[in-house]
Design a protein. Sequence first.
Length: 189
Amino acid sequence: MKFRQATMDDIHLIADWRWEAAGWIHAKGNDQWDITGLSREEFERRITRSIKAGETWLALSGDGRPIGTIAIDVVADEGLWDNEDLTQSYIIHRMMVPRSESGRGIGAAMVKFAEDLARSHGRSKLVLDAWDTNRELHRYYESLGFRCVRTVPNHWTPSATLFEKAVADFDPAIKGPDLTPVQFRDKGR
């Protein structure tokens, strides 16, 4: 599997995957990504900013087809992580695989890619927030080596269950070039 940074041409594809995933999640009885909270236009605006900042990546099949997406950055939703956590971490956002590609280990490959990127930039862990009520997603992240560290009570977003994963084979003496993505503040990433 290969990875490339997403381009502006990928915005609609990524948005399609998000709405497909939301429909699948809702059909299973979970309220994650309820469409009343985020319009497609707003989601595409956020993806546009993330792509321009160099934070959104696509996983590609052997023949070059996009088969997954992940955003890797250093900007957390306000109130979830403290600054000490964030100085050591990369944050995973919007990891999605289209339903037609599910069950093929793409999510695990994207997490490995995020680990490799973090390691090369001197970051010792990956963190993410997950929808509080999506226990199936929590189990999935745990199967990928993440551990639940806490749920932030009364947070403004229902995605306040926090997970972290130590970067495998991290060596603080080995640092690659400073390729930290451009950071932007956007409440509700």
